[in-house]
Design a protein around this ligand. Sequence first.
Ligand code: AMP
Length: 205
Amino acid sequence: MLISQHFSIPHISTGDMLRAAVKSGTALGQRVQRTMEAGELISDDIVLEMIAERLREPDAATRGFVFDGFPRTVVQAERLDEILAPVTIDLVVSLDIPTAVVVERIAQRRTCSGCGRVFSLAVPPKVDWTCDVCGGEVVQREDDTEEAVTRRLALYDAQTAPLIARYQAAGRLVSVAATGTIEEVAERVISCIGDRLGAAGEIGW
Ligand code: AMP
């Protein structure tokens, strides 16, 4: 969110899009709800259709965009290349963090059910678990239970981690230390993007 604000580009989070579908009870939402709550991955076809549709919106065709939580499998990465061709992804940021810190962070995490803004037990909203930004209710995500988190981390190792080598081989990967506050990590990512793409004078296309 801080990154998309900094560069004035859309933040395309497949997790946020899926949670919005669940919340509004659409056919897609009903289809994916149980899978998400269990910490399993949604099928590549569903996610890719959602992404292709999102990329057809006008705001995605101007200065680029930042994906969050996508691609998560090799199939998603391959099909993304096809969807974007002849344009390619500029940069992939791998957030490096010890597993124990992730587990602790997720246990503490509280998320706005309206806009997706992230808070925590240590840094709560100013007023009574009401989002500082949109006034939505700030809650613990259904998939932030210990069982679902364990499953999500296992799926990350099996399905998502192989993407690191893929983007590294393509010379598109940067690794950023993800310890510290949300603002500190965002600042590191913004500076990496600036170093990498700023020289060209602009981000995106
Ligand atoms: P996130 O908000 O990125 O942690 O995603 C929350 C949940 O949404 C995941 O555990 C999956 O169930 C689903 N999800 C989000 N993005 C993807 C994706 N790219 N591929 C498959 N499932 C996804």
